[in-house]
Design a protein around this ligand. Sequence first.
Ligand SMILES: Cc1cc2nc3c(=O)[nH]c(=O)nc-3n(C[C@H](O)[C@H](O)[C@H](O)COP(=O)(O)OP(=O)(O)OC[C@H]3O[C@@H](n4cnc5c(N)ncnc54)[C@H](O)[C@@H]3O)c2cc1C
Length: 335
Amino acid sequence: MYKEHYPLLNHNSFGIESYADYFFEFCEVSELDEFLLEQTLNTNNIFILGKGCNVLFTKDFEGLIIHPNNNGIDITYEDDKSIEIKVQSGEDWDEFVEFTVSNSWYGLENLSLIPGSVGAAPVQNIGAYGVEVRDYIVSVECVEIGTGKHFVLSNRECCFDYRNSVFKNELKNKCVIVAVSFKLSKIPVININYTELKNKLQKDKNIDVRKIRNAICEIRNSKLPDPEKIGNVGSFFKNPIISDNDYQVLLKNFPDIVGYKIDNKNVKLAAGWLIDKCGWKAYSENGVGVHENQALVLINKGTKSGNNVLNLAQKIRTGVLNKFGVYMEFEVNIL
Ligand SMILES: Cc1cc2nc3c(=O)[nH]c(=O)nc-3n(C[C@H](O)[C@H](O)[C@H](O)COP(=O)(O)OP(=O)(O)OC[C@H]3O[C@@H](n4cnc5c(N)ncnc54)[C@H](O)[C@@H]3O)c2cc1C
C-alpha cells in the first residue's frame, strides 16, 4: 500500500496528530523488494515505523515512512534442548512472546507485554526485568533501502548495547529489518533475579515459563499505563550511566540515590528516582503529564501535539541536570 499525505495518529502510541508526505506498507517482503526496485525515491528522508511505541512526532514527516506489516513464524532448527525460530518483522512482539510461552520455550518471558513489533526489538535491544533481547537473537535479516540488497547480520554484528545497536547508529533508517531469528531453550532456564519478580515467585517450588510471564504481566499492569487507554511511549528517558567516582560524589550529597553497578567502573542510575526527587511525579501541563506511579513515563492527558510532550521532557531533563549534574538521554525517537 502506498499513500500520500498519510495520517499517523493511529500509528503512534502517544496519540500524536501528524502526517507523512509518503507512506508505504508491505505485507510480504517481495512487495518491499518491488517497491525499492521500481520507486525512484524523491526523498532522502526515510523513516521505518513499526507500531510507533517508541516514537514521538513533533511535526509532519516530510519524507517517506516504510511500515513493515509482514507476518509469519518458522522453526528453522530444533533439537532436544533448543529451538531456533525465524519471525517476520511485522509480528506483534507480545503475541510472539505468548506463542513461545505457550510452547514452553524459555528465554523471552521476562520481556512479556513490551508493546511493539518484532522488527523493532533488536533496534534498541529491548530489555526488562533483568533480560535483554540480545541474549536470544541469533541473527537479523535486513533489506538495504538504497540498493534493495538482502543481508543477514549475526548477533555480534548487531553491536548490541544498553538500549542500543548498529540499527540506531550506522544503519539507522538505511535498512529495513524484515525478520529476526531467535534461539530459545526447551530446558527451563529461570531468571527471577529482579527484586520484584523474586518477591513474587521465590516461594514457588514449581516455577515455569508461564508463571514468570503471568508475574511479569501483573507487575507491569500495576505500574505502567496501557497505551491503548492512556497514550505513552514507556520510559521517555534512558537510565543514565555514570562513572563509579561520580556516583560516590552523588552518594555523599544524596545518600538514598538509586544506582546499580553494571561493571567495575560504571553505575546505572534510576532515572525515575532522579525525576521524582526533582518533584516532577504527577506534574502536568498542556495536556501532558508525568505518570504518578512511574516518573520515567510521560502520558497523554489530552494533547495532540508532540511539541507539548517534548517541551515538558526538556524541562524535566534540565531540572535533573541542574540538581544532580546528570544528563538524561531520551530513549524515545524524536521526529
Ligand atoms: C507502555 C510501554 C512500555 C514499554 N516498555 C519497554 C520496556 O520495558 N523495555 C524496552 O526496551 N522498551 C519498552 N518500551 C518501548 C517500545 O515498546 C520498544 O522500543 C518497542 O521495541 C517499539 O516497537 P515499535 O514496533 O513500536 O517500534 P517503533 O516505535 O515504530 O520504532 C522504534 C525504532 O525502531 C525502528 N524500527 C522499527 N521497526 C523497524 C524495522 N522493521 N526495521 C528497522 N528499523 C525499525 C524505528 O525506525 C525506530 O527507530 C515501552 C513502550 C511502551 C509504550
